[in-house]
Design a binder for this molecule. Structure first.
Ligand SMILES: [Zn+2]
Length: 331
């Protein structure tokens, strides 16, 4: 699974946010990554985020963790400032590598929702772009010193995160899964949290149907709910995959075209009654020999009868008596 390292702004002191006095650049970037992580998890990405400032998180800890973890994308999350009049999304990339190409994909998706100008800048003097082994993208999402831009970011954060994740899915060829859409269908009575859906998704992806069965019990999900989830996540799949298979496979419903015998049959018997027995044995998977249903109780039919008797706890005598006939009749 692709690994995304999340490196939000860690300024000391934090930069003020024009939208709210109680906000700041560090704070709203962490809030944005909270939203993004839900999508990343739902889509199957691995992700890690730098520690908060209070726990010693700095640019250096971000770079070190990203490099030692082996991230595929180092995603730096900042907002911009100028003279308070500028608006726009201006990601920064290093001129070498895939940074520009990937940032273009991000902006392509962002353009569907973001109302202000967008532009990719290239720089060679930024520590986090230079020191990271992964492809690095240094987001400057909006201008936090512009009220309208900061307001838009706050009010559209989830949608913004969703479109970032859609871009990451395109970059890494992952199917995009919207956990909130899934919740909308299945979570009629608020039975599931987003983390439940993510857990369920992982169980579906790993075909852990025993654990899903537990979840359906606890959360009152129906099989139809699971199928809907699975279809959203993986495409169509048959209902039988969820339902546990029976301990022993059952034969198809009884459609025996021959008349059931009312006398005992054994090696040497012939006629329609033998055909009835052969039909019953064959539909249960017993080998009745190369000539198939021929109405002749030969050695293959005898062996099949004996095996059937053994498998069903009957006396193994090769004689199709009342008890064996009765057992053969059971679906
Ligand atoms: Zn803010």
């Amino acid at each position: 699974m692709p690994k995304i390292y999340l490196s939000p702004a860690r300024h000391t002191p934090d930069n003020p946010c024009a939208y709210s006095k109680s906000c700041g650049e560090n704070k709203h970037n962490d809030a944005y990554l909270d939203e993004l992580e839900v999508y990343l998890a739902a889509c199957g990405f691995e992700y890690r985020r730098n520690k908060p400032l209070e726990l010693g998180g700095t640019m250096q800890t971000a770079v070190n963790e990203s490099n030692s973890w082996g991230a595929h994308l180092h995603y730096i999350s900042h907002t911009n400032a100028s003279d308070g009049t500028a608006k726009g999304s201006r990601p920064i990339v290093h001129p070498t590598g895939n940074g520009r190409k990937w940032a273009e994909i991000i902006l392509k998706h962002r353009a569907k929702i973001y109302p202000y100008p967008m532009k990719i800048n290239e720089r060679t003097d930024l520590y986090e772009l230079n020191a990271t082994k992964a492809v690095a993208i240094y987001e400057e999402h909006v201008f936090h010193d512009n009220y309208e831009d900061a307001k838009w970011f706050h009010e559209n954060m989830r949608e913004y995160a969703k479109h970032t994740c859609m871009a990451l899915c395109e970059i890494f060829s992952m199917p995009f899964v919207d956990p909130y859409v899934i919740l909308g269908d299945v979570n009629r009575d608020n039975r599931l949290t987003v983390s439940d859906v993510i857990a369920l998704r992982n169980l579906i992806m790993s075909d852990s149907y025993d654990e899903i069965a537990d979840m359906t019990k606890d959360k009152r999900l129906t099989v139809a709910d699971i199928i809907a989830l699975r279809q959203t996540i993986m495409g169509n799949f048959p209902q039988e995959t969820i339902l546990k298979p029976p301990a022993t496979p059952k034969p198809p419903a009884n459609t025996n075209p021959y008349n059931k015998p009312d006398t005992d049959l054994k090696m040497g018997s012939t006629g329609e009654g033998v055909k009835w027995v052969q039909f019953e044995l064959q539909r249960r998977g017993y080998d009745i020999g190369p000539s198939g249903i021929d109405g002749i109780f030969g050695k293959y039919t005898d062996q099949a009868v004996r095996q059937f008797q053994k498998d069903n706890g009957l006396a193994v005598d090769g004689i199709v008596g009342a008890k064996t006939r009765s057992k053969l009749e059971e679906v």
